[in-house]
Design a protein around this ligand. Structure first.
Ligand code: BF8
Ligand code: SF4
Length: 661
């Protein structure tokens, strides 16, 4: 099945390039070599043999109606227009908008599923999950003005459900979490008419506006992009994070193992890959079921090894310390070990190619979500009212596969143990201690210059660039320059594999940041979870503004964001909600817009002039770090904290308090 699939019309020869040029993940490289020996093709091979379409890459084509598809000239973007007269700016803005709409839809649909589960738990119709964190329930309720004093948890929960439902269904007004946005940032949004009403309405309107012959002004389209993306960040994603914490527990730092070395040859290995934590939580219950453990033992296994991948993996890693086998570009490679007895998937970032690789190695691949089936995979529907029915079955089938393993298993040896699970609540506590839990010490350390600023480094891996390399090199540069890095998703996993989540990695940071890390006992990079948990970074930004000393809006903060190896439409939605919230956000790999066009100017310069953040782009991690640091320094200058200040040491009492954590 290497060079040519039976029945394929085209023969695309795979170039045999060194796998170490494709990935800097040693385990993935080892598995890619094995895949080649075994004659198995992966997305890495396909990316080499299939060049990205240059017109699509620049977003210079439109297929929004049957008068087209229309293809403009990327070298001469204003040389012609589409059949309907659409200009390059309209076409690019509409394409960009559709990416925002799709990405925001994915996150908000995920959030709405969490809210559905929450409602059914509160109504007593789902018994397998409970409210694990009633304190968080109260905090979230308080934050949107629900009375909590002296009330029963269930009453508060009912009100919270009704309020948060507005995040999706409200047709007029502002989404509930708008109350968490710093007033000056909110004022900017109101001025420009981009405060989200409800996610369904915003996504619907954006799809409408990008239909043929509707919104044909790139500035106006961009406004609705912002409104929709904000409905994701401060809406759907934030609800997903907050409800998941309430139901399954708010993460606190936990030691966990990352990389393929966490697979165990003598155990039944089950991987869960996808995004919604309810499947994974139920799987956790199933793998601890005494009957299933006994069945595994009877099959000759020393236990059942539950492992995560991608975002639901990152979430379970943060919440429960469940081992994580790797990020997006390792999901096929992990199957090449032959050691995976079952892989259960739900929604988002699940390559269709997994089905064929799973088949080659006899791994059982199960789809579980009614929204997402894959040809060649077995579907066992996950039903929230009876979650274990699905997950028990997956475990049973995995045990059968373990018993019948009939090909050699090769498990790469490397894994890295680090500390994960820095929810924004824990960062609060960690920095401020039990009695003065707050972001004040973070702000103080930024003002006194020990910490230069904060960077969010997030997002996917992409076979168009060397896996993990851009993430790792960028983060190295940032921490060396005293920039504290917070992470989510596949980026967090890239850095975890590279050992940056060990507190000892503090020595890799510049003198100021390493001093703070050593005082607090934290690594120089903080993992906050999955991609929807980017909302934790938004809340942290809002908190930094609220505490004071760093300006009045998120746009004033010395912070920046990056998705150096992005690939998904969700990443564009995330990028745009950070930009609309006031953050300079730099993407790598490619940017789907032609430079020096009006739309490009708006995203890369104009939005900042209007009081938002702005977009940036470079493929080079070192240049990316410089762009982000220059922006942080610009903000420090505007705040008047750019001058070298006398470095004030923590007083001894604070130090003891911090060290005791
Ligand atoms: O939401 S980082 S590859 S797994 S899109 Fe996907 Fe990108 Fe990974 Fe999660 Ni996020
Ligand atoms: Fe071409 Fe306009 Fe139709 Fe797009 S909407 S395909 S630019 S005619």
């Amino acid at each position: 099945m290497t060079e040519k699939e039976k029945g394929d019309e085209k023969i695309v020869p795979l170039k045999k390039i060194d796998v170490r040029e494709l990935t800097s993940c040693e385990n993935t490289a080892q598995m890619l070599e094995k895949a080649r020996r075994d004659g198995v093709e992966t997305a890495f091979d396909r990316a080499v043999s299939m060049k990205a379409c240059p017109i699509g890459a620049d977003s210079a084509c439109c297929k929004h109606c049957a008068m087209g598809p229309c293809r403009l000239n990327t070298k001469d973007p204003y040389g012609k227009v589409g059949v309907c007269g659409a200009t390059i700016d309209t076409i690019m803005a509409r394409n960009f908008a559709r990416m925002v709409a799709s990405g925001a839809a994915a996150h908000t649909d995920h959030g709405m599923s969490m809210l559905d589960v929450f409602r059914e738990v509160v109504n007593g119709n789902i018994k397998d999950y409970t409210i694990k964190d009633p304190i968080k329930l109260k905090e979230v309720a308080d934050s949107i003005g629900i009375e909590t004093e002296g009330r029963e948890t269930d009453d508060i929960a009912n009100d919270l459900y009704r309020e948060l439902e507005r995040t999706y269904t409200q047709v007029e007004g502002e989404i509930p979490f708008a109350t968490r946005v710093p007033p000056k940032t909110l004022e900017t949004w109101r001025t420009h008419g981009v405060v989200p009403r409800g996610a369904m309405r915003e996504i619907m309107e954006l799809m409408h506006r990008t239909h043929m012959g509707v919104d044909q002004h790139y500035e106006n389209i961009t406004k609705q992009c912002s409104r929709t993306a904000l409905a994701d960040g401060w809406g759907g994603s934030m609800v997903a994070t907050e409800i998941s914490d309430i139901l399954f527990g708010t993460p606190t730092p936990v030691r966990a193992e990352v990389d393929m070395g966490c697979l165990k040859e003598d155990q039944v290995n089950i991987i869960i890959h996808g995004h919604e934590p309810n499947l994974f939580e139920s799987m956790l219950a199933s793998v601890n079921d005494p009957t299933l453990l006994k069945a595994a033992e009877d099959a000759g296994a020393k236990g059942i090894n539950l492992i995560g991948m991608c975002c639901s993996g990152a979430e379970m890693l943060s919440r429960h310390g469940i081992p994580h086998a790797g990020n997006f570009m390792s999901t096929e490679a992990v199957l090449v070990t032959g050691a995976v007895d079952a892989m259960g998937v739900d929604v988002q970032c699940i390559k269709q190619g997994l089905a064929k690789v799973a088949q080659c190695y006899g791994t059982k691949l199960f789809t579980t979500n009614p929204r997402a089936r894959i040809e060649g995979a077995e579907h066992i529907e996950f039903e929230e009212h009876e979650p274990k029915k699905c997950t028990d079955q997956i475990v049973e089938m995995a045990i059968v596969r373990f018993k019948n393993r009939n090909m050699p298993v090769e498990i790469p040896k490397i894994s890295s143990t680090g500390i994960h699970g820095f929810s924004h609540e824990y960062i609060n506590y960690m920095l401020g201690g039990t009695f003065r839990s707050s972001y004040t010490p973070l702000n103080e350390n930024i003002i006194n210059g020990r910490i230069r600023g904060v960077a969010g480094v997030v997002g996917c891996t992409n076979p168009r660039v060397k896996q993990d390399w851009v993430h790792v090199e960028l983060v190295k540069e940032l921490i060396k320059n005293d920039v504290l890095v917070v992470q989510t998703g596949c980026s967090q996993i890239a850095l975890a594999k590279a050992g940056f989540y060990k507190p000892e990695a503090a020595h890799l940071a510049g003198p100021g940041l390493s001093e703070v890390c050593e005082a607090v006992g934290m690594p120089p990079v903080l993992g906050v979870g999955s991609c929807v948990d980017n909302s934790r970074i938004l809340i942290a930004c809002a908190e930094m503004v609220r505490v004071g000393g760093l300006g009045e809006s998120i746009a004033d903060l010395p912070v920046a964001g990056a998705a150096p190896e992005w690939m998904s439409e969700k990443a564009i939605s995330i990028g745009h909600y950070f930009v609309a919230s006031g953050v300079y956000t730099v993407f790598g790999v490619t940017f789907p817009i032609i430079r020096d066009t009006k739309f490009h100017k708006l995203l890369f310069e104009g939005l900042e002039e209007l009081g938002f953040g702005k977009w940036g782009f470079t493929e080079d991690p070192y240049e990316m770090a410089q762009l982000m640091i220059a922006h942080i320094d610009k903000k420090r200058k505007a705040l008047g904290i750019d001058k070298a200040r006398e470095r004030v040491l923590f007083d001894m009492a604070s130090r003891r308090e911090l060290e005791a954590i």
